[in-house]
Design a protein around this ligand. Structure first.
Ligand SMILES: C[S@@+](CC[C@H](N)C(=O)[O-])C[C@H]1O[C@@H](n2cnc3c(N)ncnc32)[C@H](O)[C@@H]1O
Length: 263
């Protein structure tokens, strides 16, 4: 089942559950949940593809929704099961976002594809995962697709924190020296894109976009300041973020983006 050993090694050694525990990390989760709550209705069925340890799946199951989850990596599935409470209406299946043949057409009101597109490196593979997410969604259902955005990551992980060597990436051919557009392969783990790439991917699907939002905006870039906020300041920051995260002039400087569209 595992097709990418780099991915397996990464998630087997990564504390996915703690990723969003700090204030700066919670902005992505709170923003995505804000939009899910806008479209989910009582009795809806949810599919989460690439559910990892199940933060979204469990949060939605605890709100009373019927949730099916698909995940590739064994260790994440094991933790997902440990995190499941007895009264949750939830299932987890090992599977690949590019082949959801275990799931029939037109089943889900809400489909979450929050993660697999970070780890698919060609346009064809990304479109295959999107096609599968659309296929299993009911007509009129809403799909949430998340991406890692190159400019936010370059500014934060590269120029600010030095975890990525920008010069080194250019030398290795992972960044275009003129446009700074990113290119990745499985060994690089994360596929970094820009909105223009997402628009191009989506151009072949007969769906209507409801929202395109900068999921965490500048929260990672200014993580020290966000983490130092008291609860009242953080609440105000979040209010500001939600009020501005779809503004066209702010969309590119974000570590993650969410594309929300109706089938
Ligand atoms: C960054 S995590 C996101 C988890 C969760 N959806 C969230 O947003 O918190 C990405 C998850 O997608 C899984 N994944 C990556 N590629 C996948 C694929 N092709 N099919 C299914 N799951 C995949 C990874 O194993 C990982 O657990």
């Amino acid at each position: 089942m595992i097709t990418n050993q780099y991915l397996n090694d990464f998630y087997n050694n990564y504390d996915e559950d703690s990723r969003l525990a700090l204030k700066h990390g919670s902005v992505e989760f709170l923003t995505t949940m804000h939009y899910i709550k806008k479209y989910i209705n009582p009795g809806d069925r949810v599919l989460e593809i690439g559910a990892a340890t199940g933060r979204y799946s469990h949060a939605l199951a605890r709100l009373g929704y019927d949730v099916d989850a698909v995940e590739l990596v064994d260790r994440n599935i094991e933790i997902f099961r440990q995190n499941t409470l007895p009264d949750e209406k939830i299932t987890i299946t090992q599977g690949n976002a590019m082949d959801l043949s275990a799931f029939s057409d037109n089943q889900y009101n809400i489909t979450l594809l929050l993660g697999p597109l970070y780890h698919l490196y060609s346009k064809e593979d990304k479109q295959q995962a999107l096609r599968e997410a659309i296929r299993v969604t009911k007509q009129g259902g809403v799909i949430f697709a998340a991406y890692v955005i190159s400019d936010g990551c370059l500014l934060d992980e590269g120029f600010k924190r030095g975890n990525i060597s920008v010069a080194g990436y250019i030398e290795k051919g992972l960044l275009d020296p003129d446009t700074f557009a990113a290119k990745s392969q499985p060994k690089d783990l994360f596929e970094l894109v820009r909105k223009e790439n997402i628009d191009d991917l989506m151009s072949v699907f007969p769906v209507s976009r409801l929202h395109y939002a900068a999921t965490d905006g500048c929260a990672l870039l200014m993580r020290e300041s966000v983490d130092a906020m008291d609860d009242a300041s953080f609440e105000l920051y979040l209010k500001y973020h939600l009020a501005t995260c779809e503004r066209e002039d702010l969309l590119g400087i974000t570590s993650h983006a969410i594309d929300i569209f109706r089938k």
